[in-house]
Design a protein around this ligand. Sequence first.
Ligand SMILES: *Cc1c(COP(=O)(O)O)cnc(C)c1O
Length: 397
Amino acid sequence: MKLSQRIQTVKPSPTLAIAAKAKTMRAQGIDVISFGAGEPDFDTSQHIKDAAIKALQEGFTKYTPAGGIDELKEAIVEKLQRENRVQYQKEQIVVSCGGKHSLYNLAQAILDQGDEVIIPAPYWVSFPPIVILAGGRPVTISTSEEEGFKLSPEALEEAISPKTKAVIINSPSNPTGSAYTRAELEELADATLKHNIYIISDEIYEKIIYDGFEHVSIASLGEKVKDITILVNGVSKTYSMTGWRIGYTAGPREVIEGMTRIQSQSTSNPTSFAQKGALAAFQGTQEEIPIMVEEYQRRRNLIWELLTSIEGVSCYKPLGAFYVFPGIGNYLGKNFKGKKIEDSSQLTSYFLDEARVAVVPGVDFGAEGYLRLSYPISPEVIQEGIKRIREALAGLD
Ligand SMILES: *Cc1c(COP(=O)(O)O)cnc(C)c1O
């Protein structure tokens, strides 16, 4: 029996696939260093775990409202007001099973067949498939390392067509770590407001920022831009809660109502006790966040310095998130044992097979000639991993 045409249009998440291959090699006793997986290496805080355990013990184990419990929505409203300076009503919030699920349901709720969504590249691997699975068409705009991998208002306006439904802004960005300043967001907001489209603002890395950078939520730039912005965030990265699967969306009521309706007919509610854990994350101490960010910043400095000291490798210095996106174009077209390495995917395979290092090819993020390395790993492992990469590159001729 044939599978649907819809499913033929998507492949599994390449980042998860590479992480899985590295894991398999490790299970075979091969010492692999993985820069593949995009998740924090810190554990979830004890007070968050305790809240979920308490919820379980108190029998909070049944269905909840499809869009999440009121208490959690209220905590999210408070958080958005306190930290992001945007005012929402509880009816403008929906809690989903992770930020990825928020984006998935959002696409299902706003896109018709053939609707276009503008996605600046390099982009997070899941943006295009999420649009495609909703019948939409991703329209990618390349941005360059020289312009800090940022979308200009001119390029945005040029890409807008009568079919455009939304533009996705992911700041700080996975995979580049680039982030927009307030002034840049104002320009993008002004450009967008001339057209009848939504801004989807993925702010999952808002807290993981360096060198005193200020994260600005584009929705906070005024009522008009707030009305067209759909803000997506979650607890995965800030609170090291990737496995808990709690994300949320804030936006226009009709969008939120649509997403909630989709959830009511698909996943029902986000897991009851995970919601209690997320509630504790928002209401409990935030003291651990700067400590974690400081550690990420140390590792960013280390990996960036190591990479940029390799001859022929360029690297944008990230302002946020926990990835680096080095340019390795100078090495493409070189040979290993007489076999030509043509593109970033082949380079990635070479690294894994010959140097036992897992990285993700830039092509999966819409940028050939680059690699993505995720650095929530210990400094010693970063040192060893980059040493292997340096040697592997030196082994090409
Ligand atoms: C990790 C990530 C998300 C959401 O992750 P969840 O675990 O599903 O909450 C969303 N956007 C980007 C760019 C990410 O890297």
